[in-house]
Structures are given as structure tokens and as C-alpha cells.
Design a protein around this ligand. Sequence first.
Ligand code: G3P
Ligand code: MG
Length: 376
Amino acid sequence: MQRTSFLRCYNSLRYAPKQQLQQTIVRYSSSKTSQPPPLAFAFDIDGVLLRGPDVLPAAKRALNILEGNNPFRQKIPFILLTNGGGVGERERCEKLSAQLGLPISTSQYCQAHTILKKLSPQYADSPVLVLGGQYDTVRNVAKEYGYQKVYTTLDVLAWNPSVWPFHRLSEREKESTKTVDFSKTPISAIFVYHDPRNWALDIQVACDVILSGGIVGGPHVPLAQQKEPVKLVFCNPDLLWRSDFPRSRFGQGAFKTAFQAVFKELTGSEYPYVQFGKPTEATYTFAKELLLNRVAEIYGENCPVPQIYMVGDNPESDIAGANAAKWPSILVNTGVYDPAQGRPTHIPTQHAEDVEEAVKWAIEQELTAKRRTKSA
Ligand code: G3P
Ligand code: MG
């Protein structure tokens, strides 16, 4: 299909009256019998679809194309792959559906800590500490994942206010706490789910737990002598992320750097940890599985694996991860990456002004490839 006729088809479809469009899509699109289109997408959220509470204008146009307003006249499968989190997947999908104006289901949504579902059998019955988010929201998320003994640093402060004398619990914080005797509750792991709200309290308690082999306020046990050192897991390595403030903001990665700086000052070395979230291989493998299940959900089992395109605003996480996963990566200018700053730290397959341009470029790639195969 020549570029001009492609754009004419686009424009004719784009401005197609909604009712005709819906009939077209229904007739052509997502039946379990029809072949899926040759591509699928993984979209980052912050800096690509949203900036803080604001939906980026190109986001709705891009998603409209995927819903059938495209030369394939089919639903193009996609997932949302974010290093954000802090609330349950269902709750976030409801909010995103309202913001983006189309249903987003949990089967197409992967946030920083979704992957922790896989570890829950290992920790089902062990006391764990969760960091990040507001009040006890991440405790509830961890419980949804199957973790049963889940505590927060606010619980620790409620148990003994002298753990961190510089913060007095608010009434709202007190309401979110559980009564626990931490002198008898050996913490086996610390999971940093989302961006901590009180870095100082969280760094203090995390160091207390680790240095005392799990018992807050217990005698310090040299790390080399600890039989089962406390496991430390971070879910999002982003130093920076893009919200609605004109400059990028510190993310969970900045908290990790601060924690490790204090820990190293105390012990002489950083504490070993497990990292999840983009760009880690574990998260891209998890996301690929989710996306292929989504393709099967729309087009049935055993359909051909589509080419996955990653659209992101952060070279360190979105582009680095996609490049390592051998997915074509598209870097947009609407978030962390600012073209005025020159070459990104990780080179994408393609640059695009925004997510709509990114989607159009990827579709063009597949049409060109299809044309080549046909003429071969
Ligand atoms: O806290 C979220 C932030 O680090 C980035 O989110 O959607 O750009 O991966 P996202
Ligand atoms: Mg982003």
C-alpha cells in the first residue's frame, strides 16, 4: 500500500463516523477466527499517555487507532507497562479506563510490583515489610497477591514512636496501622513496592531490620554471621520520572540511592538487593507473557506471535529494556527524555514526537514489511 493511499485510508478511517467505524471494526476485527494484525504494543504510561493527572492529547488518538481506526481495520493488541504502582491493578485499571476513555482490563496492565505475585507462595506465611505508597495501600495490594503477614513502616512507628522521633503519626496514618510486637516478629524480606512517602523513616526502619537480622531494635548481627539475611527487593529503578511538573521528578531509584548511601556509610558496603521493573529482563519476560495472553484473549489460541513495539519516554528503563528484549523501541519527546539534551543513553529504533506518531510509524513498518513479502 503506497504511503499516500495509506494516509488517505488513515484519514478516511480516522474521520469515519463513529457508527460506521464501529460496524467496520466489528465486521473486520477481533473475532477468534480472524488472524491478528502483525504487531502489538507495550506502552509506558508516565510521559507517554499521562503527565501526572493529565492525559496527553496524542494518547487518545493513538488508542483510537489501535481500537480499529487503522489500515488493518482490526483491534491491535496492547498492554500498559509502567514502573508506577502503589494501588491494586483493578483499581488502577478503572481509573485509567476513565482517563483514557476506553476499557483497560487487568489482562493488559503490568505495573512495577505486579511481578511480585510470582513470589507470594515463597513468602505466604513469612512476615514481610512493604515500603511505598500512601498509608497501607501497598499492604492491601500485597495481601491481594497472597502475602499474609504484611507490615508497613507506619506499623513500626505506631509500635514504638522512638524508632523515628522526628515524625508523629497523623490520625489518618494511625488508622492505617496494625498493632504488632516487632520484638517478636522476624521480618524475612523488605519489598519496596512504590515511591516511599517518608524517606527518612523508611531508610531508618529498613536499616534497623537488616542490621538486626529481621528484629527491629534487636541486637545488630554482623551480616556475615546472619544465616538468612533479610531479602531486599526494589520494584522500580527509575531515578527520574515525568509528572505534570515542568522538570522530571525523583523516583524510587533515587530512594534506593539514598538508602544505599546511608547503609554504606554505616557498614562500608551497599546491601545486596533484587531489582524488578523496566529495564529488567524479568519484567520484560513477564510483560511479553501478558501481551501474548492478551493477543490470545482477542484472537484465540495458537495465533502467530506479533512483532512487539515498545513506546516509552525514558531511555534508561523503556528503551534499554526493549532493546535488550529485541523489541523495536520508540522514544517519545513527551516525558523524561528531552531531545535538547542530545543523544539518549540508550538508542531507540525510532524517535517520535509523541505516542500517536509512534503508533503510526510502527504500523507503517509492518505494512512495508507486508508489501516486501508480497512482492518477494
Ligand atoms: O513512579 C513511576 C515512574 O517511575 C515511571 O512510570 O509509567 O513512566 O514507567 P512509567
Ligand atoms: Mg515513563
